[in-house]
Design a protein around this ligand. Structure first.
Ligand SMILES: [Zn+2]
Length: 285
């Protein structure tokens, strides 16, 4: 998949299919409840109410610079509580070749938040050491998000704490990280906006060019079903009240705005628009 937003190009890089795990993280999204939402079928759920979802990165090209948004799970990572997403052996980096580039061409890596499924490809295991995968990139992390995770919060998944150690700290230690404010601007087209709650300093990536707008969500929303049902929370939100507030607020700014929403875990065709139909919000291609 590819999208054009003014002068900016955005490409999809899929790591893996994630419907089962995403559905288990949204307890209200039972097959029975999902089946009642006809508009989800067939793109976002199957006729049995089983959600479709992905783990994916977005590659942005703006002003001849390449920005990689979120780096999925990565290979060879130890993830004891979510074993399906640990010890992967996926040809993910090879997919960059489809765009005529290699890891050394990436100018920026940005993580919307520091959960392990958004930081994985930051590093690669070479000779038992975690080495930065993108040697020429500036890795952009929210400073406050990094500080939160370095405090080793007890309420969080062990996999996320391991992700900090194997996929974030090595980047800091090699001097490739830039710890930024939550409203960081890459250039006149690309900036971060604050979407807290899923994690304390979660951000989304805003694209604005030639009067066209797009938003890469990160995990303030997991699945299109939460467009109609924003109150369907995720079990892994750090602050669920704030996450709900953010979801409602961002959806209300997107409705009928013509802004393309690219959902970080949304299944293909991934991109769409928030519109009001029969008094409710839906996600429409
Ligand atoms: Zn995620």
């Amino acid at each position: 998949m590819k999208w054009i937003v003014g002068d900016v190009e955005i490409f999809q890089i899929v790591e893996l299919e994630a419907g089962k795990i995403i559905q288990s993280i949204i307890p209200d999204a039972s097959p029975e409840n999902v089946k009642k939402m006809n508009w989800l079928i067939p793109n976002y759920a199957d006729k049995n109410g089983i959600l479709k979802a992905l783990v994916q990165s977005f590659l942005i090209k703006s002003n001849e610079k390449y920005i990689l948004v979120d780096t999925c799970n990565g290979n060879d990572k130890n993830r004891p509580s979510m074993t399906e997403w640990g010890n992967l052996k996926i040809k993910f980096i090879e997919k960059l070749n489809e765009f005529g580039i290699t890891p050394s061409n990436i100018d920026y890596v940005v993580c919307t938040h520091l959960h392990f499924d958004h930081v994985g490809w930051n590093t690669t295991l070479i000779n038992q050491k975690w080495i930065p995968t993108f040697p020429n990139a500036k890795y952009i992390f929210s400073k406050k998000e990094y500080e939160y995770w370095k405090s080793k919060p007890k309420k969080e998944l062990v996999d996320d704490l391991l992700g900090i150690e194997d996929s974030v700290q090595p980047i800091i230690d090699t001097g490739l990280a830039e710890l930024v404010k939550d409203d960081y601007k890459f250039d006149e087209n690309i900036s971060l906006i604050q979407t807290p709650g899923h994690t304390p300093h979660h951000v989304s990536v805003q694209i604005q060019s030639q009067g066209k707008n797009a938003l890469i969500s990160g995990d303030f929303i997991y699945h299109p079903c939460q467009v109609e049902k924003p109150e369907w929370g995720n079990t892994v939100d750090t602050y669920s009240d704030q996450a709900l507030e953010t979801r409602k607020k961002i959806l209300s700014t997107l409705v009928d705005s013509g802004t393309l929403l690219l959902g970080s875990h949304f299944p293909n065709p991934v991109g769409g628009y928030i519109v009001k139909k029969d008094g409710k919000l839906i996600f429409k291609i």
